[in-house]
Design a protein around this ligand. Structure first.
Ligand SMILES: [Zn+2]
Length: 662
């Protein structure tokens, strides 16, 4: 008889091994951090003895669940912004709030909160991607869970790095520090193809290969992402990443919603694992990953909850059930993804997908003791049939709840016993989380009150506030003005030709001004469009001062460039009204009496309101404004437009007046 640390007896043991062996009554022997043996109760009790023999009272004893993709510190952002499109949610809310609040302290608290929730749902390993990942790792190790902790690298400034070079350096130092930890597997996470540059993706691959750690990234989560990459690189996401060489690393690819069969084969050949996130894909309406086909092609697929801000919980039992249901519904085949197979995605197959099946994922001799106990005798899971021994999988996947999990052990150490968390103070964590929620609430409430601060939140100001002296005249014949510009007193510095599509957003509170989204098409001498650029401008409505002859001093703020779509801005700013104006613009930069002016010759196409002459100059002082307003009056006379009708309004007002008169 061999003396051992712990023996679990009288259990319904689901090994999730290659043969899906079930032992009932079964027993498992734990020695130190590992599984020493597993088998029928009688065989085990004949060979082993222990001071700690635990009667499992016919509960299911199975390998702990693997959450293959999440962002654990985002527990602190749970419920902050929901029911939005992915880009508005991510770029408009998550990233601005993260830039403001995410710190090592935030990350540690969020991680512990997530650990508590994860343990309660039977998770013994999670695969994370976030900022300050060494703090995620430290908090996780302190709690005692196993995790692959991936340090994010992005092309944008992030909470832990202004430049990506900094995150790469930090990532390398972090990987070196945690490389041989018994619970933590450090890893690197280029966030996604669309949020990284080629260089970032290559450098991350280099580090992942050099230190033999997983590379964790998001792949083809939305159709829009695939379209964008196709436009830029001329191919779908997986071939694009393959060309950059990332599959030389041990890749964990989250989502893979929009990949074709060729891409699935590429992933399979490369030994890359897929993390399927059904809740997140459903909630963000990203689409349905073709898991059925991936499994047929022998791709290793795991299941993840994704971050708790897009799920909104870390309940793996629910996630496995959804994976099963979604696969059936999406394929129209009720036999797709049966219960045993979906459970394997959260255990043995999931471990393969995240490249740690030598450590965990099944109850097999030599693997770490990552075990959970789950009761199947509750009201919602009664009665029990014995005709089909495999019915147990359906009981777990379709009827069990995470609250049925009573015991969790990781690496041979208890983290939960009889529903009691042993390494965390749950109530204290909830109190601390509430303190953060209060601060984040205050920040967002203030931001939402001002269009300007919302604008700053998503990209920051490129140009500061400026003042302009300007005049606008409704003219009959623009050719005459072009002729007049050839006179000696005027020096034309350059000319440009654009086709401009403007959308003005109005807000209930008029003091907010108007936000203009402009798409400029540059037109060359042959009349062809050579370039397109988007710009956002917040235009103040208040006129600072009117000079003689309808020359106005106005204040405007410029923010450029507009990197998101018009649809994004529409949803993010939620204007109370909007107006489209399309015009042809010939722009002249000129010098008159030594002073720079811009002359715009505009033809309003939509609505069709004829031709306008606009003369403008930037100004910063009162004296300068006075001088320039006089020169503008002179210029208008000089160009022969003084007898035409002067307009004291901006185009949106002119258009509005026109619409009201009809
Ligand atoms: Zn994610």
């Amino acid at each position: 008889m061999k003396q051992t640390d712990i023996i679990f007896r009288n259990a319904n043991v689901l090994t999730m091994d290659e043969e899906y062996r079930i032992y009932n009554p079964g027993a498992v022997v734990v020695q130190g951090d590992s599984i020493l043996d597993v088998g029928s109760e009688s065989a085990i009790l004949q060979n082993y003895q222990s001071d700690q023999i635990m009667d499992c009272k016919q509960k299911v004893l199975m390998p702990g669940l693997i959450n293959a993709h999440t962002h654990v510190p985002m527990t602190l952002l749970r419920g902050l912004a929901d029911d939005l499109r992915l880009d508005v949610w991510l770029m408009g809310y998550m990233m601005p709030v993260e830039r403001e609040f995410v710190s090592p302290d935030f990350v540690r608290l969020g991680t512990k909160l997530a650990c508590a929730e994860s343990i309660r749902s039977g998770v013994t390993t999670f695969v994370d991607m976030y900022y300050f990942e060494s703090d995620v790792a430290a908090a996780t190790a302190e709690v005692g869970l196993r995790a692959i902790c991936s340090q994010t690298v992005l092309k944008f400034p992030s909470p832990d790095a202004t430049y990506y070079e900094e995150s790469l350096e930090a990532a390398e130092a972090y990987i070196k520090e945690w490389k041989d930890h018994p619970l933590i597997i450090p890893s690197i996470a280029p966030h996604a193809a669309y949020t990284c540059t080629d260089d970032i993706l290559k450098e991350c691959t280099y580090l992942a290969v050099k230190y033999d750690v997983p590379l964790h990234t998001h792949i083809a989560e939305t159709a829009g992402e695939v379209e964008d990459i196709r436009k830029e690189a001329g191919m779908p996401v997986v071939p694009y990443l393959k060309k950059l060489g990332i599959f030389e690393a041990k890749v964990i690819a989250a989502h893979c919603v929009h990949i074709d069969e060729g891409e699935m084969r590429t992933l399979q050949h490369a030994g890359a694992g897929v993390a399927h996130n059904p809740s997140s894909n459903l909630k963000l309406a990203s689409g349905f990953a073709n898991i059925k086909r991936m499994l047929e092609l022998n791709v290793n697929v795991g299941i993840g909850t994704d971050g708790p801000a897009s799920n909104n919980d870390l309940d793996m039992i629910e996630e496995i059930r959804l994976a099963s249901m979604v696969a059936k519904a999406a394929s129209g085949d009720p036999t797709a993804l049966p219960a045993r197979q979906s459970l394997s995605m959260a255990t043995s197959l999931g471990a393969k997908a995240v490249h740690i099946d030598h450590l965990t994922g099944s109850i097999v001799r030599g693997k770490r003791a990552d075990l959970i106990l789950l009761g199947i005798d509750k009201l919602h899971n009664s009665p029990r049939f014995h005709r089909d021994p495999e019915g147990i999988y359906a009981q777990i996947i379709y009827a069990a709840k995470s609250t049925d999990i009573s015991h969790v052990m990781v690496n041979g150490k208890w983290l939960m016993k009889d529903h009691e968390l042993l390494t965390l103070d749950q109530e204290a964590l909830i109190r601390e989380a509430q303190k953060y929620a209060k601060k984040i609430d205050a920040f967002l409430i203030e931001r939402e009150q001002s269009v300007l601060s919302k604008l700053i939140a998503i990209g920051g100001a490129m140009e500061e506030e400026s003042f302009e002296v300007q005049a606008k005249v409704h003219i009959k014949d623009p050719d005459k003005i072009i002729e007049a510009l050839e006179q000696d007193a005027i020096e034309v510095v350059y000319t440009r030709h654009y086709h401009e599509y403007d959308t003005y957003f109005h807000f209930e509170d008029e003091k907010q001004g108007r936000l203009r989204y402009r798409e400029d098409e540059f037109i060359d001498k042959r009349g062809e469009v050579t370039n397109v650029r988007g710009r956002l401008t917040l235009v103040g409505v208040t006129r600072e001062k009117a000079f003689d002859h309808d020359v106005m001093l106005s204040r405007s703020r410029y923010y450029a460039p507009a990197i998101h779509s018009l649809r994004f801005y529409h949803e993010y700013f939620a204007p109370s009204g909007e107006m489209d104006i399309e015009k042809d613009r010939r722009r002249f930069k000129i010098k008159y009496k030594g002073v720079d002016f811009y002359i715009n010759l505009d033809t309003l196409i939509n609505p069709d309101l004829g031709h306008f002459l606009e003369v403008k100059s930037r100004t910063w002082s009162r004296d300068d404004a006075n001088l320039k307003s006089r020169l503008i009056t002179e210029l208008i006379e000089y160009l022969g437009a003084a007898s035409e009708k002067a307009e004291t309004q901006d185009y949106p007002d002119i258009v509005e007046a026109h619409l009201n008169s009809h």
